[in-house]
Design a protein around this ligand. Structure first.
Ligand SMILES: [Zn+2]
Length: 174
């Protein structure tokens, strides 16, 4: 086998070895949904006060994503100020600051951030239309809220969008 393991850090954030987990503030619901689909563990609350968000981020060791300068400047918190208005650029900001998604795409529920598990058609027979059960073989189910995903047009559209984003992410910008 060629080459030894790379020694030393490669720009890895040395703040913590804990898994990268995010918390999006109430302005960033759409971003949170897409970050989940991309493979970032992203908690989101659409109706939480700043002190609550700060407490939760601190307690759970999450990086707080916020559009609020004041909140982003809080001491004792890992925060990332999201400045762009557009979704793609917001995703890019997260990627630039925090690195690539720790999990594969489509491994988290876009609705609740639960982990998606692969299930057989029989397991979700009550939760998908018959024609879907007949025509699809690959199903995933959220281990938290039970939402069922299958590669119909919905997921194909998401995949295409994710591919676009991944390309942008992987191309060095500037
Ligand atoms: Zn879910």
């Amino acid at each position: 086998m060629g080459g030894a393991a790379v020694a030393g850090g490669r720009g890895v954030d040395a703040v913590t070895a804990a898994p990268l987990e995010l918390l999006a503030d109430c302005m960033l619901g759409r971003l949170a949904k897409w970050l989940r689909l991309l493979g970032y563990d992203t908690a989101y609350e659409n109706d939480a006060s700043d002190p609550h968000l700060a407490r939760r981020a601190r307690a759970e060791g999450r990086v707080l994503l916020t559009r609020d300068h004041e909140l982003a400047g809080r001491r004792g918190l890992r925060t990332l100020l999201i400045e762009s208005e557009t979704l793609e650029e917001q995703v890019q900001e997260v990627q630039d600051a925090l690195g690539p998604p720790p999990d594969p795409a489509l491994s988290r529920c876009s609705v609740c951030n639960g982990v998606l598990e692969t299930v057989t058609p029989a397991e979700i027979a009550d939760h998908a239309p018959l024609y879907v059960l007949r025509t699809q073989t690959e199903f995933r189910r959220c281990s938290n809220c039970g939402k069922v995903y299958w590669p119909g047009t919905h997921i194909q559209a998401m995949r295409a969008h994710l591919e676009e984003m991944r390309k942008r992410i992987e191309e060095p910008s500037g």
